[in-house]
Design a protein around this ligand. Structure first.
Ligand SMILES: [Zn+2]
Length: 310
């Protein structure tokens, strides 16, 4: 049986407008469809993946994705950043610090790993498999492919808006960052392995002569066998690059964060390991970490208490 034609008014708010075709941005959209139809399908018909929607209201009342849109409904759709608290969550809480990235986001995966986040990524990664890993392993799917995010099975995900990997990092942390998952330099950038301490004797065969002479402490990746060593000036630089209010917030509680939000010791100041001798890389990396820190404090204050309950 073919359903009757119906029409509803849709309005997308805040940054969801960036996902809409230009003619639908920042305005009411009269949308015709064949009833019955779920609000999730009708939202995606506008080009907005369900993963990027945080709150849906129909005629002022919150609904979930399964709601059947009726003739004459007024549907308001909000992204994460515009929602303080959703009385009717659209999905279970986000998996913390666990991601899977589509094959085009390799640099982003490397930078997130550098911050200690658990990121599955391969350069030969079919969409089908990316989606499956996100479901099977409870990982947030990050992609710049809206079709991939619209797959039915995908529960947690986000469309990555920025194209520069250094801008993508704060964008991801702003929505999914949680202070306790950030542990810079604890994970292998190349293969996602968790680094472990190693004695000089264990790694000697893999060191350059200079490194052998100047460094005593090492970490190695148990999976790909790469060796990392502590940069003697890395910690100083990292401290200098951090915004003062973050270091003092951690040190003296000046930010008045709830105590469970302030990890001790400050995760940004521990485990400083040099991954590269290129100054340019270091400077950019410090900027990312400092930006990440700023965002995380902001996110904690606004979002953390209400989301960690369940
Ligand atoms: Zn590795």
């Amino acid at each position: 049986m073919i359903g009757a034609m119906a029409a509803a008014t849709f309005r997308f708010y805040a940054e969801l407008n960036g996902l809409l075709p230009r003619q639908w941005r920042q305005r009411d959209i009269l949308h015709s469809f064949r009833a019955p139809a779920s609000v999730k399908d009708r939202i995606e018909a506008h080009g907005v993946p369900h993963t990027d929607v945080e709150l849906i209201q129909v005629n002022g009342e919150p609904v979930d994705f399964g709601y059947g849109v009726r003739d004459g409904d007024r549907v308001s759709v909000y992204p994460f950043m515009a929602v303080v608290e959703n009385p009717r969550p659209l999905r279970p809480p986000y998996p913390r610090g666990r991601f899977v990235l589509d094959q085009h986001l390799g640099r982003l995966a490397a930078y997130l790993r550098l911050l200690g986040l658990d990121c599955v990524h391969r350069t030969d990664f079919p969409d089908e498999e990316v989606a499956q890993v996100s479901v099977d392993e409870h990982r947030v799917l990050l992609s710049r492919d809206k079709r991939l995010l619209m797959r039915r099975a995908v529960v947690h995900g986000a469309f990555v808006r920025a194209t520069d990997p250094m801008e993508q990092v704060p964008e991801v942390l702003h929505r999914f960052g949680s202070p306790e998952t950030i542990a810079p330099f604890s994970r292998c950038m190349t293969c996602n392995g968790v680094l472990r301490s190693a004695d000089r004797e264990q790694v000697e065969d893999r060191l350059l002569p200079d490194t052998r002479a100047y460094y005593r402490e090492f970490r190695e990746c148990p999976d790909c066998r790469r060796v990392f060593w502590e940069g003697s000036h890395g910690l100083r630089r990292l401290r200098a690059a951090l915004p003062p209010r973050i270091t003092s917030a951690r040190a003296d509680g000046g930010e008045r964060l709830p105590s469970r939000l302030a990890p001790a010791p400050c995760p940004y100041l521990t485990g400083t390991f040099a991954f590269s001798s290129s100054n340019q890389f270091w400077i950019r990396l410090m900027r990312v970490i400092s930006a990440a820190g700023r965002r995380l404090v902001l996110v904690s204050r606004k979002r953390w208490p209400s989301r960690s309950r369940s």
